[in-house]
Design a protein around this ligand. Structure first.
Ligand code: NAD
Ligand code: GDD
Length: 329
């Protein structure tokens, strides 16, 4: 094992925090960097080097990469549909993080560089129907990704490729499909559907409400990947010979209505569903084609949605109690 520290950019965030935990468990020295004050990190580990810095800045990226072995870039200004539809410029500015981090990693002669891309790179035309054909890696081109966020991800993927081809930097890229689990955003506007669903249903249960509002008509389809599968996949893809961006997502498809039903069942309540047809909806249908990852790794994310949602619900329930105990939320 390399004695050099591993850099986790975005270590104060959801996936970054879980990755830091796993790398420490595996005996690595970890440098975790995030723009947020440490009090706002989802997980803080005293045995990691915890640094607050804006990685959009080139100098900060060079400092973060000093003496580093592997680099995992999980830093981005992002969120669920409610955030990315209304903050396209902010999402695109994350291009500065990946650009400066690639340059710094190359200068520091980092051993390996992992980039977190997204299913939002896929061509919108392939995601018009709820009745989905799972997305294959080739479906990203011809390019017509999610406006703002998706274009940034597609461009950054491409830059990783060219740093590999032109400068010999070892780069690996995974396209995450909606990731959920404990220690992530569950309120405030950046939360994605799994956490939002838990929060809304917990709130209804705690306040005695009989209705819950779903964004969209509820017929839209998605697959959701539990965080443990995501971390396993990040490490396996980084270790692999997979040179091109690859799907890292579950292929267990659900309607959004089905997600709400599942969480109500976990919560032990039955609510009337109302639909907000002007809320951010994103694509009508999206699923991950896992043929390639199966071929390369003999593995694909397989944690059942119900099992992951139960753990996520329990964690959000605890957070909700801490935040709103004794007061109407
Ligand atoms: P997150 O928002 O919880 O974590 C991202 C972290 O990056 C945050 O803590 C944020 O403060 C930090 N950050 C933002 N700008 C920064 C800057 N300028 N300098 C330093 N740190 C900065 O999100 P996440 O869910 O953990 O996502 C991690 C990565 O995975 C992101 O690149 C995201 O686009 C990608 N991704 C996530 C999902 C998902 O469903 N969670 C899906 C597709 C792709
Ligand atoms: N966020 C949210 N909040 N979505 C809701 C809600 C709610 O209360 N109720 C229903 N939805 C619906 C949305 O309208 C959308 O159709 C679907 O649930 C999924 O929404 P999100 O989880 O916010 O995002 P997404 O799956 O469209 O895209 C996410 O995943 C991508 C990767 O697959 C985003 O997080 C992207 O940033 C990410 O790259």
């Amino acid at each position: 094992m390399s004695k050099k520290p591993v850099l986790v950019a975005g270590g104060g965030g959801f996936i970054g925090g879980h990755l830091v935990a796993r790398l420490l468990q595996d005996g690595h020295q970890v440098r975790s960097v995030d723009i947020k004050p440490v009090e706002e990190w989802y997980q803080v580990f005293d045995d990691a080097e915890n640094v607050v810095a804006d990685l959009k800045g080139s100098d900060n990226c060079h400092a973060a990469c000093q003496g580093v072995g592997d680099v995992y870039n999980l830093a981005a200004d992002m969120g669920g549909m409610g955030f990315i539809e209304n903050n396209k410029a902010l999402c695109m500015l994350s291009v500065l993080i990946n650009t400066h981090l690639l340059q710094a990693a190359e200068k520091a002669k980092a051993d390996r560089y992992f980039y977190a891309s997204s299913a939002c790179v896929y061509n919108a035309d392939k995601q018009k129907s709820e009745d989905v054909v799972p997305l294959k890696e080739a479906d990203a081109y011809p390019a017509m990704p999610e406006d703002g966020y998706g274009w940034e991800k597609l461009f950054s993927e491409r830059m990783c490729r060219h740093f590999r081809e032109d400068y010999g930097l070892y780069t690996r890229v995974a396209r995450f499909h909606n990731v959920y689990g404990p220690y992530g955003t569950w309120e405030g506007g950046r939360e994605k559907a799994p956490a939002a669903t838990c929060r809304k249903i917990i709130h209804a249960k705690e306040t005695g409400a009989t209705e819950v509002e779903i964004w969209g008509d509820g017929k839209q389809t998605r697959s959701f990947m539990y965080i443990d599968d995501c971390i396993k996949g990040i490490l396996a893809i980084t270790d692999s010979d997979i040179l091109e961006p690859i799907n890292l997502g579950s292929d267990e498809l659900t309607t959004i209505e089905g997600l709400y039903d599942m969480v109500e069942d976990i919560a032990g309540v039955k609510l009337k569903h109302t639909h907000n047809l002007t809320a951010p909806k994103g694509v009508n249908g999206r699923n991950s084609d896992n043929t390639k990852i199966q071929e390369y790794l003999g593995w694909a994310p397989g944690i059942r949605l119900r099992d992951g949602m139960k753990k996520t619900y329990d964690w959000i329930y605890g957070e909700y109690q801490k935040q709103y105990a004794g007061q109407p939320a």
